[in-house]
Write a protein that binds this ligand. Structure first.
Ligand SMILES: NC(=O)c1ccc[n+]([C@@H]2O[C@H](COP(=O)([O-])OP(=O)(O)OC[C@H]3O[C@@H](n4cnc5c(N)ncnc54)[C@H](O)[C@@H]3O)[C@@H](O)[C@H]2O)c1
Length: 275
């Protein structure tokens, strides 16, 4: 029997990691690192090693990556609501350290948690009825430092993947949109279109898990030029769409099972009646 892959998960005590961990624990030999070992609710996360990806000596980072098949990078520094330039630059630095250590240690693939905020600006013409779809082929247009940092580390991932640094690291970026159960009460005083935007961006926990696992497992993720680099939007099989997942269906056989239109049907009907 083939031994399970060794997967290093950064930001292991964070929210996204918490959604992924049940699936990852089942399938992989895990190394979990974070600067804290409790989640947002203050609960201990089993198996987390305290490790600062941003500050660790390059040798200890390389040692951490030794024997690792895939790194799932969900580590994220925040300065709270501000999400200013300095803290977001730290996220670019942290991700660069991950790519670099992965390359040095011969890691096969890095799968990064990114966000639709990399192209958030497109929601303006969407709300105006001027576009009805955004795909990863659209030029990234962030409208915050948070989104800008994601664009920066996504494109840095291409540099590590394309071979010009001497080796090719396989890199996937997952632009997660709305990985949470949507409550219409949160939109009581907001325009209907903001609510419907979240409905279109919804991704259920099991679809998020499926997408990440397929991004780890799919053998060939080369683009049409042969570069092992992909960007996918992370949404469920929603009837209302804006973020295209066509390429995720094609490249990694993503087959999301949930549809926000079904899951939140009653709430949607009430909200649409409200207008
Ligand atoms: N939660 C969402 O709604 C959402 C949506 C789209 C994309 N994302 C992306 O997913 C990623 C993870 O987000 P999250 O919501 O889980 O954030 P989070 O803040 O809940 O988790 C991030 C984790 O990274 C850890 N961390 C911070 N600095 C570190 C360091 N130097 N070394 C190691 N670990 C460190 C934190 O302690 C935290 O536990 C981010 O890149 C975020 O942009 C999240």
């Amino acid at each position: 029997m083939t031994p399970p892959r060794t997967v290093l998960l950064t930001g292991a005590s964070g929210r996204i990691a918490g959604q992924l961990l049940p699936a990852l624990r089942d399938a992989y030999d895990l190394r979990l690192v974070d600067v804290k070992d409790t989640d947002r609710a203050g609960e201990q996360v089993t198996g987390v090693e305290i490790f600062d990806v941003l500050e660790a000596h390059p040798d200890s980072l390389a040692a951490l990556c030794e024997g690792v098949d895939t790194i799932v990078h969900a580590g994220y520094v925040t300065d709270g609501a501000a999400r200013g330039y300095a803290s977001e630059r730290s996220n670019v630095d942290m991700t660069q350290r991950i790519y670099d250590a992965a390359t040095t240690a011969g890691v096969r693939r890095v799968v990064c948690a990114s966000t639709n905020q990399a192209s958030k600006w497109y929601e303006q013409p969407y709300y105006q009825g001027r576009i009805d779809r955004v795909s990863v082929d659209d030029y990234p247009r962030p409208d915050s430092f948070y989104g800008w940092a994601k664009v920066a580390y996504e494109s840095l991932g291409f540099l590590y993947a394309c071979g010009s640094l001497g080796t090719q690291l396989e890199v996937v970026q997952i632009r997660i949109v709305a990985p949470r159960e949507i409550d219409s009460a949160d939109f009581r005083d907001r325009p209907l279109q903001h609510y419907l935007r979240d409905i279109a961006g919804y991704i259920s926990e099991r679809d998020l898990q499926q997408l990440f696992v397929k991004c780890i497992e799919t053998a060939d993720i080369r683009d049409r030029f042969g570069v092992p680099f992909q960007i996918f939007y992370g949404v469920s099989n929603n009837a209302r769409t804006f973020w295209s997942i066509t390429n995720a269906r094609e490249v990694v056989d993503y087959q999301p099972v949930d549809d926000s239109e079904v899951k939140f049907a009653e709430q949607i009907a009430a909200m649409v009646r409200r207008g």
